[in-house]
Design a protein around this ligand. Structure first.
Ligand SMILES: O=P(O)(O)OC[C@H]1O[C@](O)(CO)[C@@H](O)[C@@H]1O
Length: 526
């Protein structure tokens, strides 16, 4: 049996707070720094590695973090989760997203179903559907092939699939795997849907309505918006739209769609990229085989998350270093900085993954805690970010721990030697330079040009961003967030914090307001 305890009840946490701070600047200077870069690295799946040489930790800190992992029973809690424990206590739900991409433990039977079999069945149904779309067996009313797929959804029903699509679009083009272009409509701002519709040949577009609940205001509004646009073109919306939803939702088993594919309440929106939510759009866009490779990358990384030794478990180590930074070093934020343009929406996805999961003030029993939980997360691809917010990261008054991601090779294979180096070499040179500049700083007589250093970072390095490495990368962050939630003793799988605003918006639209809400309604002309 696992013991759900608050972080500050653990002896190892008290020991962690008593350790002397590590001077990263000294550790990362000269030969000592070179040795650290070689030693402080953990292999991940699919040839990736997690390098934490530029984090403010040493062997003493790592030893106590291992004790913390053991005392907090992080591995046992993960086992409880994947063996079908009711870990989402707030909503009294299982947490089963790992089953979409593999079998880490026992069969989980719920709702009278073997859940792994159910998720695989949906993948197979999507694969069969995609093949019929490519062959033209499923086509528009004139019998012409669909060429574009447009996903309608928001939050977890948008960010992950969109980020994954963008991450692989260029790889797919370069490798002859792009079957259909994909576009996304999420915001209830009518200009979002209008812009997509205006740039899409709707007669040859297949729309995927994605909503687990089937009740999300923005998504249902955008669905009607799209249906109206289709009708204006003389097209029958039911011949242009499929649904991805849960079987309990009002969208399920509905004649208004060409077909429907299912996930369930045991997969949180932000963890749903490996379910039918990501599966439909990614299988249609890149082919089911490519989606299967993405899932294999996730499954391979999930296996590393079963290790009890933190030096063999990159997600757990990353999580614990994050706890050390948040609760001992008292850093408020973290930035995700992929040196890969293809990962342009990856930080936005991680923002939801991390902040919706661990942005909590009460523990899993509803009791307030005496320590900080999830950090504020933001990020942008490098090198663009370097010309934007890195000034604050280098010389600002906040220390922001950084998570770099970098690849040795680009995706498109198109590159030139310009002034002695390729663009890819310039990209990689920048990330290496940034890590060392943040860690070691630079002295100068002019205080304005002085860099204090001691700004910690880690990097995940791979050869190339492919379906497999992308899967491994995503699973790493999903599991990292999960382990941090276990350490903070919060329920990372509900999101009550996003409900209040939704309820009040409905009141405004129904004109049931008074006080400040009525005044703002007037100001906005509602
Ligand atoms: O898939 P649905 O039910 O439309 O929900 C969309 C999203 O809304 C949220 O509840 C947040 O607003 C997310 O957790 C979820 O991913």
């Amino acid at each position: 049996m696992v013991n759900w305890k608050n972080l500050d009840e653990l002896a190892s946490f008290k020991a962690l707070k008593e350790l002397p701070a590590v001077d990263l600047k000294t550790e990362m200077t000269g030969e000592k720094g070179a040795e650290r870069v070689k030693a402080y690295t953990v292999p991940m799946a699919e040839g990736l590695s997690y390098n934490f040489a530029a984090k403010a930790v040493n062997d003493d800190v790592l030893a106590v973090l291992q004790k913390l992992a053991d005392e907090a029973q992080l591995e046992d809690k993960f086992a409880e989760l994947y063996n079908g424990g009711m870990v989402n206590t707030g909503e009294k739900r299982y947490v089963l997203h790992h089953l979409c991409r593999g079998q880490l433990g026992n069969d989980v039977i719920a709702d009278g179903q073997n859940k792994r079999e159910f998720y695989v069945e949906q993948q197979n149904r999507i694969a069969a559907f995609a093949k019929k779309v490519y062959s033209g067996e499923i086509a528009n009313e004139k019998g012409e092939k669909f060429t574009t797929v447009v996903q309608i959804g928001i939050g977890g029903s948008d960010l992950g699939p969109r980020a994954m699509y963008l991450a692989l679009e260029n790889w797919a083009k370069a490798n002859g795997k792009l079957k259909m272009n994909a576009k996304f409509i999420s915001n209830v701002d009518p200009d979002d849907a209008a812009a997509v519709l205006n740039s899409t040949d709707v007669a040859h577009a297949l729309f995927i309505l994605v909503s687990k609940s089937g009740t999300t205001l923005e998504t249902l509004t955008n669905e009607t918006f799209v249906k109206n646009a289709l009708k204006k073109e003389g097209l029958d919306p039911s011949k242009h739209m499929i649904a991805v939803t849960s079987e309990a939702s009002p969208l399920a088993h509905n004649e208004g769609y060409l077909d429907a594919f299912y996930m369930d309440n045991y997969i949180g929106g932000r963890y749903s990229s490996s379910s039918a939510v990501g599966g439909a759009v990614l299988s249609l866009a890149f082919g089911p085989e490519t989606f299967a490779e993405f899932l294999e990358g996730m499954a391979a990384e999930d296996k590393t998350a079963k290790e009890t030794d933190i030096r063999k478990n990159p997600a757990m180590l990353d999580a614990l270093i994050g706890v050390y930074e948040r609760n001992v070093l008292n850093y408020e934020c973290t930035a995700v900085l992929p040196y890969s343009q293809a990962l342009s929406r990856f930080p936005a996805h991680l923002q939801q993954l991390d902040m919706e999961s661990n942005g909590k003030s009460v523990n899993r029993f509803g009791e307030p805690m005496n320590y900080k939980t999830g950090p504020i997360l933001f990020g942008e691809p490098g090198t663009n970010g370097q010309h934007s917010f890195y000034q604050l990261l280098h010389q600002g008054t906040n220390i922001v721990p950084l998570q770099f991601v970098g690849f040795r090779k680009n995706q498109c294979g198109m590159d030139d030697v310009i002034e002695g180096s390729t663009s890819q070499a310039k990209l990689c040179a920048n990330v290496a330079a940034q890590i060392v500049a943040f860690a070691t700083g630079k002295d100068d007589d002019n205080p304005n040009k002085r860099f204090a250093g001691n700004r910690p970072s880690s990097i995940i390095i791979g050869d190339q961003l492919t379906p497999r490495t992308l899967g491994a990368l995503l699973a790493h962050f999903e599991n990292k967030v999960m382990f941090q939630g276990f350490a903070w003793n919060v329920n990372s799988f509900d999101q009550e914090g996003v409900q209040l605003g939704k309820v009040l918006a409905k009141k405004v639209l129904a004109h049931q307001t008074d006080g400040a809400l009525a005044a703002y309604s007037d100001l906005l002309n509602i």
